[in-house]
Design a binder for this molecule. Structure first.
Ligand SMILES: NC(=O)c1ccc[n+]([C@@H]2O[C@H](COP(=O)([O-])OP(=O)(O)OC[C@H]3O[C@@H](n4cnc5c(N)ncnc54)[C@H](O)[C@@H]3O)[C@@H](O)[C@H]2O)c1
Length: 403
């Protein structure tokens, strides 16, 4: 129609077109408010595929992408050890930033990132992904409505095959942010903090590295206590002998590998016969297994996947994920409550929070200080495991009021 206002498109550049980017790209393609303006990577194969598919500019460095005046926002999806440096380069170039989880690998790095965003007056969104999803947003809304009384406890458990998926060298080095605590901790911690009000008082954690074929922790568990006394437990076991999706009636073996294939992968990691780089590259843009990753953006029945099974206990009932909504168990029986916005993948929530912040000047919920507080809990789990002591936290910030 002639008098329709054209959509204000946000011009986005991606740095690091890896597996994470293969997951976010389908969501970007589906949202008309976004325009893919450019991408940067050090892998010429993915750059060429990106250029052919999206007909955009590509660069071989973050600096070059950040010098492109057509790019307004930079999505940083490079390995964890680069998150701080790449965020600071983008901020100094005046670009808004979304940084993948974990925000950084140390609190000092997180502080430097926040400082750069303040100095350059740009918006920083810490893209922890899972808590942006409709299940978590709806759960938060029910908790905050008070219909079940006060929140009493939170528990989240994940059993996945994370350790058997192909990994690059940096993902196998804890000093570079490798392993399940760094990579999966932020998802669960961010979610629990959002539901529990944000302010974690202390943490007791434990980590485990139990498989000779992988030199990193594939397990963590933790007990978090919020300032108001609410307890929360979290656990992720990525060794893949058992998958939490098997506990869900509509679930089953939700893995890229069958049980027998998972055993074969473990054997190949032990005898060194796996071509891990080729396996990982196959999951990136243009790779033979990219469709598996792109599929994650489709609306499907909920499964525990990497976040796990989450139960929020209130005074008058429990809330947990159902196939397409949330089960609310109370004296009135079990209700299957529909999700905010009818559901949909978490990545959409992340993108819309970004759009609303940059274009409509709405507040960001997953700010730099929020991401830093999540990282603090993640690091405290690792430190507590070493010291075998409870760790008290200093950088916590409250969950945002606005939803
Ligand atoms: N939010 C989520 O659910 C989710 C899912 C997957 C990955 N991730 C995050 O994405 C990040 C990348 O993980 P991945 O699995 O996609 O790894 P990956 O290795 O597939 O992707 C990283 C990409 O960055 C590129 N790269 C490396 N150094 C670079 C540099 N200096 N400049 C530009 N590009 C560079 C690599 O070539 C690669 O293509 C990690 O921080 C991870 O935690 C998040």
């Amino acid at each position: 129609m002639a008098n329709e206002t054209p959509i204000r498109k946000l011009k986005l550049g991606i740095v690091g077109i890896g597996v994470g980017a293969s997951e976010i790209l389908p969501a970007m393609e589906q949202i008309p408010e976004f325009e893919l303006a450019a991408a940067a990577d050090v892998n010429p194969r993915v750059l060429e595929t990106f250029r052919d598919r999206y007909h955009t500019k590509t660069y071989d460095s973050v600096e070059k992408l950040c010098a492109d005046p057509n790019v307004e926002v930079v999505w940083i999806s490079t390995p964890n050890r680069f998150h701080a440096a790449h965020t600071i380069i983008a901020a100094n170039a005046g670009k808004h930033v979304v940084v993948e989880k974990p925000m950084a690998i140390s609190l000092q790095e997180a502080e430097n990132m926040i400082e750069a965003t303040i100095k350059n007056k740009i918006k920083l969104l810490c893209g922890h992904t899972q808590s942006f999803g409709p299940h978590i947003r709806t759960m938060r809304k029910i908790i905050r409505s008070g219909e079940l009384g006060r929140l009493c406890a939170l528990h989240v458990w994940a059993y996945t095959d994370w350790m058997l998926r192909p990994r690059t060298a940096d993902e196998l080095d804890i000093n570079q942010g490798g392993g399940v605590p760094y990579r999966q901790g932020p998802h669960q911690i961010d979610t629990l903090r959002l539901l529990g009000g944000g302010m974690v008082r202390s943490v007791r954690g434990s980590t485990g590295a139990w498989f000779k074929g992988r030199p990193i922790p594939g397990y963590y568990s933790g007990f978090m206590e919020f300032e108001d006394g609410t307890p929360a437990t979290l656990m992720h076991n990525g060794y893949g002998y058992f998958l939490a999706s098997e506990l869900v009636p509509w679930g089953g073996q939700n893995s890229r590998y069958s049980e027998a294939e998972r055993a074969k992968v473990r054997k190949s990691l032990l005898d060194g016969t796996r071509d891990e780089n080729a396996d990982k590259d196959a999951m990136r843009i243009g790779g033979a297994n990219e469709s598996e990753i792109r599929d994650r953006s489709k609306v499907k029945p909920w499964l525990p996947n990497d976040l796990g099974i989450l139960v929020a206990t209130c005074e008058k009932g429990d809330i947990r994920q159902s196939q397409y909504g949330l089960f609310v168990h109370s004296d009135e029986g079990t209700k299957d409550v529909p999700l905010i916005g009818g559901g949909g993948p978490s990545r959409r929530g992340e993108l819309m929070e970004l759009y609303n912040a940059v274009v409509l000047d709405k507040p960001i919920r997953h700010t730099g200080p929020w991401g830093m507080a999540t990282l603090e809990v993640c690091l405290a789990i690792i430190e507590s495991a070493k010291q075998r002591k409870e760790i008290y936290l200093k950088h916590q910030v409250p969950a945002p009021e606005e939803d």
